[in-house]
Design a protein around this ligand. Structure first.
Ligand SMILES: [Zn+2]
Length: 445
């Protein structure tokens, strides 16, 4: 055995009884380790071999747990965590028009977004998510909160027709959003994308401008699309075609497009989605809770579409826990396809990690445990009898999700959760801020 002097130095060596790297092979590796240097994964291999190869500054030995890539929440509105429980048992259109939008009109300002985003970020980090895609007002505040917490974010800056608390007009949305792109263009922790709310809230000229700019400056586009049947029916009565067909006619469908929800899809729309390389972000809890309908994930997968998982906002979920969301995605896929082999646990874990990375254009640096990728990692520790015996780590983690907690989480190799505790967030101060904002919410109800 070589002595320490001959060993290669690294910053962090994590040993775990199980490692699920997702790629290059989506397999379970027993007694493996991961070495990290300067925020980058430098090696993955059997623990014994890596212990001999590396002298690590910090050596974490997980005695009971599963190491995975950090989860990616490909669609949320983190600040809406403050509206958790505000609009229960309502269908989408009443939920939005009668509940959420009037409340947001009264409540949303930069402090609401700061506290709400901090709450969402705390919940996501504590449940093993390392990157989230956010679409909300005051995205500059969201970027600050995420960076301070050590979390990675895709800021899909909002674009809406008309004025709102953040912007006077859609032109104002463009200029504020593009300013953010300039500010963060060299920051790997903040990825900027266009966030047109939906084709029914953004006029055609603005959509054309988004499409043109997206090609010109190579930015993703993140949009709610085909969220429910009423939305699709409205499109047909307005335009004679569905929103997917409407966008396809404009040439808006492309590999830059991240389409969120995608329920009620016809075979033709699935084909349009696949041939244009559109990414689909599945938000099963939100779809179930608002009775929006189902995203046909199995048909999309079989057509070759990349799938990712989002929690949507906490006001229609009510949590931001991607692992729980993945469990539901798996069960729902089986129900929807009428086949037990649909939504298999390996594919579902890929959706919650590498699928999300592909959707936001970061698949070369995020989403799997491979040398050369950023060290965004999570350890899930079993907490109860429901995880025993551990015969299949994929099934145990996905279907036993409620019995796991994220004990350690790293972003760029920096610990953001250590032994279950958030390292960069003052949780007492956060609770006080949340209570202060909650008083405003109660007064506005
Ligand atoms: Zn949404």
């Amino acid at each position: 055995m070589p002595d320490t002097a001959e060993k290669q130095a690294c910053d962090l060596l994590i040993e775990a009884p199980w490692v699920l790297p997702v790629a290059p092979e989506n397999v379970a590796l027993a007694d493996h380790a991961v070495a990290v240097s300067e925020g980058i994964i430098v090696a993955i291999g059997p623990s014994q071999a890596l212990k001999q190869q590396f002298a690590a500054e910090e050596h974490v030995v997980v005695t009971d747990g599963i190491l995975t890539p950090g989860l990616i929440n490909a669609h949320t509105h983190a600040a809406m965590s403050l509206l958790r429980g505000c609009g229960e048992d309502l269908p989408l259109q009443s939920w939005l028009n009668e509940r959420i939008w009037p409340l947001e009109g009264k409540l949303v300002d930069s402090e609401f977004v700061r506290t709400g985003t901090a709450l969402g970020v705390a919940e996501m980090l504590a449940s093993g998510t390392t990157t989230f895609s956010d679409m909300y007002f005051f995205p500059e505040v969201c970027a600050e909160v995420a960076r301070n917490a050590g979390m990675r974010v895709q800021l899909a800056f909002p674009l809406f027709d008309g004025a709102n608390a953040w912007s006077e007009s859609i032109d104002d949305c463009f200029s504020k959003g593009l300013e953010l792109h300039d500010r963060y263009r060299d920051d790997p922790q903040v990825i900027v994308a266009f966030g047109p709310h939906a084709p029914y809230t953004v006029n055609r000229k603005a959509l054309e401008k988004i499409q043109m700019l997206s090609e010109e400056i190579n930015l993703g586009i993140h949009i709610h699309l085909h969220e429910n049947a009423a939305e699709v029916a409205e499109a047909r009565s307005l335009n004679g075609v569905s929103w997917v067909e409407y966008l396809a006619d404009m040439g808006f469908l492309s590999p830059q497009l991240q389409a969120v929800h995608m329920t009620q899809l016809t075979e033709r729309e699935i084909e349009l989605t696949a041939t244009n390389g559109v990414h689909v972000i599945h938000c099963p809890h939100s779809n179930l809770k608002l009775a929006s309908g189902l995203c046909p994930t199995t048909a999309l997968r079989e057509a070759g579409v990349n799938l990712a998982i989002g929690t949507d906002g906490a006001a229609c979920n009510n949590t931001l826990d991607v692992l729980q969301e993945a469990r539901t995605a798996s069960l729902l896929a089986k129900h929807d396809a009428g086949r037990a082999d649909a939504g298999c646990v390996r594919d579902t874990l890929e959706m919650a990690t590498l699928g999300g990375a592909r959707a936001i254009g970061m698949e070369t640096s995020l989403g799997s445990i491979e040398p050369g990728k950023r060290a965004d990692l999570a350890v899930f520790e079993p907490t109860g009898f429901a995880t025993l015996p551990l015969l299949d780590p994929f099934a145990s983690l996905l279907h036993g999700a409620p019995s796991y907690r994220a004990s350690h989480v790293w972003v760029d190799g920096r610990a953001v959760v250590r032994s279950g505790a958030l390292t960069n967030i003052d949780t007492q101060a956060l609770r006080r801020d949340v209570e202060q904002q909650a008083e405003r919410v109660r007064a506005a109800l």
